[in-house]
Design a protein around this ligand. Structure first.
Ligand code: ZN
Length: 413
């Protein structure tokens, strides 16, 4: 359904406040009988924050996305969910959602952070550590929405580091869940039981697409965080974190997973099936770990370019996505760097490269796949060392002592 019906941009980090605003205005102009839009406040720099609401039922749900400005996936997924509701509003399953639930959604809580593609707001405060002091206008807005609506359940929608892994051997954690605790004892109140059951619903919905890539967070109580405090204030919260996906363009699949997770959760809340879900399906999710790599080149002979003899090992590369503003437009850049060298057998990579029988060396100027070259002795201009940009080439030895370039990795893509 998502493939046929989504309206979201396929590269969610490129969606800025202006795009959210134009989509919100289009919803408002459509005079939809089921989807309402209202401005609920402004960011510190004066950007609008909206609540998009559907349904008129007795159970109130609150979802908010992009409290961290560089965590955009669920923002686009929410616009796809509004479209799902709009397209299917006459069908019994959506009628049930609209009559059982009132769903309030804040698609972009931290527009100033989004504008800079940074986690924090313009005060450099992490809004998710401002639930008690309420020094950020965005945090105050979320608190006042909670107090106004007193939702039965909340969904706190984020992205997590691409280094997050799950399972053994470790795989990149595409989606991680947390039934948020409200005390040091991690007590299970009826509200926490509900979010555990919702976690089970989401797990069951996503496993056909992301088996082995769904994890859960350690449920330690964080006294300053919104999820923990909303749960304490009477709105139990399910945290949903979107992580990496092993494709060069991961956003479409990550959007699909968000869309599927949220639609299943809404239907389970609306038809009551959530109360029959088995919380053990949440509890038995494997816990997240960290330290995964974007690419691991294994068992390769490494020519470092620093003048030392070559040696055999694994090379782990990490990737970080940044959005730059160039000529007023958002441009997505991925920076790859060398993060570890040695025996990385306990680690996982989103992309695994078998380097057996091959040589890894710093990328030579002009070298491309198919280039044949000799390797200079001594020190090179660029080197393979931890912390360096991942400008490297994988080589196959030729009988004449030269090498053919088989793969090229670049530090910026
Ligand atoms: Zn976050």
């Amino acid at each position: 359904m998502w493939d046929a019906e989504h309206v979201s941009s396929l590269v969610s980090p490129l969606v800025d406040h202006a795009e959210v605003k134009s989509r919100i205005q289009a919803i408002a102009a459509s005079d939809s009988p089921v989807i309402r839009v209202r401005e609920v406040g402004r960011s510190l720099e004066g950007r609008e924050v909206w609540d998009v609401t559907f349904g008129t039922g007795p159970t109130t749900v609150l979802m908010w996305s992009q409290m961290h400005g560089d965590e955009p996936t669920a923002t686009s997924a929410l616009f796809d969910i509004y479209e799902y509701i709009r397209l299917h509003e006459k069908e019994p399953a959506v009628q049930q959602v609209l009559s059982a639930l009132t769903v309030h959604t804040v698609p972009m809580l931290n527009p100033d952070g989004s504008e800079r593609f940074q986690r924090r707001n313009v005060q450099s405060i992490d809004i998710n550590r401002d639930a008690l002091l309420l020094q950020t206008p965005e945090g105050r807005l979320l608190k006042s929405l909670r107090d106004e609506l007193n939702p039965a359940v909340g969904f706190n929608l984020h992205n997590q580091s691409w280094r997050t892994t799950v399972g053994k051997p470790p795989k990149g954690a595409a989606i991680s869940l947390l039934s948020v605790a409200y005390d040091e004892e991690r007590s299970v109140s009826p509200g926490r039981l509900l979010t555990k059951r919702l976690g089970a619903v989401v797990r069951d919905a996503l496993e056909p697409f992301a088996l082995g890539r769904i994890g859960k967070y350690d449920d330690s109580f964080e006294v300053r965080a919104f999820g923990d405090n909303l749960t304490l204030w009477g709105t139990p919260v399910l945290l949903v974190e979107t992580g990496p996906w092993p494709e060069v363009n991961p956003d479409p699949m990550l959007l699909r997973l968000n869309y599927t997770a949220l639609i299943h959760a809404l239907h389970a809340l609306a038809d009551g099936s959530v109360h029959k879900a088995d919380a053990a399906r949440y509890d038995s999710l494997p816990e997240n770990q960290t330290g995964g790599f974007y690419t691991i080149i294994r068992n390769v002979s490494i020519v470092t370019g620093t003048g030392i003899p070559s040696f055999t090992g694994d090379v782990g590369l990490v990737a970080n996505r940044r959005v730059r503003i160039e000529d007023g437009k958002r441009v997505l850049v991925t920076q790859h760097s060398i993060d570890d060298i040695g025996d990385l057998r306990t680690a996982g990579g989103l992309f695994e490269v078998d380097g057996a029988g091959k040589v890894l060396a710093p990328l030579r100027p002009g070298a491309e796949v198919g280039t044949e070259l000799a390797l200079p002795a001594g020190k090179w201009d660029s080197t393979i060392v931890v912390g360096a940009p991942a400008n490297v080439m994988m080589l196959a030895p030729l009988p004449d002592g030269r090498y053919r370039v088989e793969r090229v990795f670049r530090g910026t893509t």
